[in-house]
Design a protein around this ligand. Structure first.
Ligand code: NAI
Ligand code: COI
Ligand code: MG
Length: 353
């Protein structure tokens, strides 16, 4: 019987609530399909600062590096905002240590759910894109210096860093609608000029069968909400991808719907795209679906369980279609009730099959 070791990093705010949803879904998949998932919970973020004075303790790192896959909730919160050690350093550290240079953030708006969008139905209905965000370079990892009246954040990218994430985007496009939109700010920023030159060279050398277009990040923000259906795979650097994916989450109606897979050359880490949502933490209001979609990607990409991934995705879709939703999507259910509905659906689908 297959046995998988999953490290769970609940973190802060709603992190523990959504991570618990992910564990419930994996347990249900295990029961139904006969797999054993062993869970090891570790500290990261604010709670790790509180308990260990370190946002990313060494034993967390060792466990993540040894796991078959990592499930993360979220980190951060106002409690830690005004101190030198920050929860977010833990998140950056796990991404760097595991070599997770590509963050895949899918977003789609099924026609039946387009009415939930704050945007016009005809604009968003059928939109289906994959944002590939570079995750271990750029401003978030550059040298930072600070005096009383001056602050510097270095933004560095190398050809190798750009090429490897662009390759992920081109490969993904070949399995989708064969189009890549590369987003930069090449009219102003030097790292963006290197980004664009590198993407063009790689495209010419290895991916000329894929349609490639370039967009500047400012107008891209506008195009994402005015003509989202024209995009397939979007590839961009770390900070632009962070911002554009939160923007894209508006299309289906809630940031709580979007999951992500962070991949590199080794094991993967899976987390919703949202943060720790301090405004709703501890109230069982958090939408678990972004985390559950991340778990589906874990099953598919790290554990090679594609039938199980499809079953989880189908269970999520059924519950969304039945309108069993949290308040962010106009529903009335608690987050834990949505998780229970999805778990019940996983069991019911197997019985019906
Ligand atoms: N991956 C991570 O761990 C991330 C952590 N953060 C941290 O999270 C903290 C809060 O950041 P914010 O800018 O407020 O972003 P956020 O994503 O935590 O929340 C933004 C808004 O979306 C809502 N929201 C988020 N997730 C939701 C869910 N699952 N269900 C329903 N509503 C949801 C929140 O209630 C809030 O109104 C900060 O400390 C930030 O540094 C932010 C982004 C990513
Ligand atoms: C908290 C940051 C380090 C990153 C972020 O906002 C994200 O990964 O979505
Ligand atoms: Mg973000």
């Amino acid at each position: 019987m297959p046995n998988f070791n999953i490290v769970v990093l609940p973190g802060d705010g709603i992190g523990p609530e959504v991570a618990a949803a992910g564990v419930s879904a994996l347990k249900a998949i295990g029961e139904v399909y006969g797999h054993t998932f062993n869970f090891e919970e570790k500290l990261i973020g604010g709670i790790a600062i509180d308990e260990r004075n370190d946002p990313y303790p060494a034993d967390t790192d060792a466990a993540c590096l040894a796991a078959d896959a990592v499930l993360l909730g979220a980190v951060g919160g106002p409690k830690w905002d005004l101190q030198p050690k920050r929860p977010e350093q833990g998140l950056l550290a796990v991404r760097k240590s595991m070599g997770l240079f590509a963050n895949l953030r899918p977003m789609d708006v099924p026609a039946s759910q387009a009415f939930r969008s704050p945007l016009k139905e005809e604009i968003v209905s059928g939109a289906d894109m994959l944002i590939v965000r570079e995750l271990t370079g750029g401003l978030y990892f550059g040298k930072q210096t600070r005096t009383d009246d001056r602050a510097v954040d270095e933004c560095v990218y190398t050809v190798e860093e750009i090429e490897r994430v662009a390759r992920v985007a081109f490969e993904a496009a070949r399995k989708r609608r064969n189009k890549v939109t590369s987003v930069d700010k090449a009219n102003v920023i030097e790292t963006s000029r290197l980004w664009r030159e590198t993407v063009i060279k790689l495209h010419k050398a290895e991916y000329s069968d894929v349609e490639l277009e370039h967009a500047l990040v400012d107008s891209m923000a506008m195009h994402l909400v005015t003509r989202p259906k024209s995009f397939d795979v979007i590839v961009t650097e770390n900070m632009f991808g962070d911002i554009l994916s939160d923007l894209a989450s508006v299309l289906p109606g809630s940031i709580g719907l979007l999951g992500s897979a962070s991949l590199g050359s080794g094991k993967g880490l899976y987390e919703p795209i949202h943060g720790s949502a301090p405004d709703i933490a501890g109230k069982d209001l958090a939408n678990p679906i972004g985390t559950l979609k991340s778990v589906a990607m874990m099953l598919r990409f790290s554990l090679n369980l594609s039938a199980e991934a499809d079953a989880l995705d189908a269970a999520i879709e059924a519950v969304i279609k039945a309108g069993q939703l949290t308040r962010d999507l106009g529903g009335t259910l608690a987050g834990s009730e949505v998780t229970k509905a999805i778990v019940a659906q996983i069991h019911a689908a197997k019985v019906a099959a």
